[in-house]
Design a binder for this molecule. Structure first.
Ligand SMILES: C=C(O[C@@H]1C=C(C(=O)O)C=C[C@H]1N)C(=O)O
Ligand SMILES: Cc1ncc(COP(=O)(O)O)c(C=O)c1O
Length: 278
């Protein structure tokens, strides 16, 4: 496989970063993970605008220019011979001195990772969900950024190692439902969809935002807030969302099987209509 690093396409094994990169030393790096469907990077603007906003908060000088990013992605798709791919667009702060820096990072290092994905299916994937023992940590800043800080997620994933296909569901430190290890969560009762508020400390997922828009367009009420485990356990259906797994219906949360998947099916069919154009 090839990666894109600092303006060049390199074999993955030959790509190098400085040991003084503050993304490596202090976690000062950001990334966006999205899917390319038949050559089309889905919701690219939304992903890159989230990245750009987080970069500004971290003093990393990064400006999104669609045409340039599209060209970078296409070059890497061509090098890897892919049309359907998992893409991680990564901006690391770049080299600095030993010690915390207070001046802007003027020379960030852009790395684009890619791996093949099968052509997208017509049906939503299905998962089981399990409550995690580990609590979701609080965001490093005002709102959670998609930063290099994934130790909380990695530790949670270790709880799931006997169930690699399941998704672990975090409560936050206050005991409110938060999000999955690598996903946002939704559940339905009647015509209302529920999802944890961003202030519970979750990542404001691009897929979460798009699904909320689709839900409104299809006359669902969407309640964002603070919810307890029993609120989800009393639901008619549950699904989880992220940019790779799309809208994944949840068959069961622990031993609680959900009787319906109507909203997930409807929203996934609308998602499918858009994923090669938006
Ligand atoms: C952690 C990454 O991205 C997350 C993981 C997934 C996934 O495993 O399905 C999807 C999108 C992101 N939430 C990453 O390193 O790319
Ligand atoms: C912790 C966490 N929450 C939510 C999501 C979903 O975010 P998105 O819809 O932007 O892929 C992800 C995936 O990036 C994640 O890692």
């Amino acid at each position: 496989m090839y990666v894109y690093i600092d303006g060049e396409i390199k074999k993955a094994g030959e790509a190098r970063l400085s040991v003084f990169d503050h993304g490596f030393m202090y976690g000062l790096g950001l990334f966006e993970t999205f899917r390319v469907y038949n050559g089309h990077p889905f919701l690219l603007n939304a992903h890159m605008e989230r990245l750009e906003a987080s970069a500004e908060e971290l003093g990393i000088v990064f400006r999104y220019e669609r045409e340039m990013v599209m060209e970078e992605i296409q070059q890497l798709l061509d090098a890897n011979g892919l049309h359907n791919a998992y893409v991680r667009y990564n901006v690391s702060a770049g080299p600095g001195d030993l010690g915390l820096q207070t001046t802007p990072y003027l020379d960030p290092v852009i790395v684009i990772y890619m791996k093949p994905l099968p052509a997208a299916g017509a049906e939503p994937i299905q998962k089981d969900a399990l409550w995690l023992q580990l609590r979701r940590n609080s965001p490093e800043g005002r709102e959670r950024m998609k930063s290099h800080h994934y130790m909380n997620n990695w530790l949670a994933k270790q709880e799931m190692k006997d169930r690699p296909e399941a998704e672990g569901i975090f409560l936050n430190e206050q005991g409110y439902a938060a999000e999955g290890v690598v996903s946002n969560i939704f559940w339905r009762r009647g015509n209302t969809l529920y999802t944890p508020a961003v202030d519970t400390g979750i990542l404001n997922g691009i897929t979460r935002q798009f699904v909320i828009q689709l839900a409104h367009e299809n006359d669902y009420i969407v309640e964002k807030g603070y919810f307890l485990p029993q609120d989800i356990e009393a639901a008619e259906e549950m699904f989880v969302t992220n940019s790779i797994q799309e809208i994944a219906l949840v068959r069961a949360l622990e031993d609680r099987y959900f009787p319906s998947c109507s909203a997930a099916q409807l929203l996934h069919s609308r998602y499918r209509e858009e994923r090669e154009t938006k």
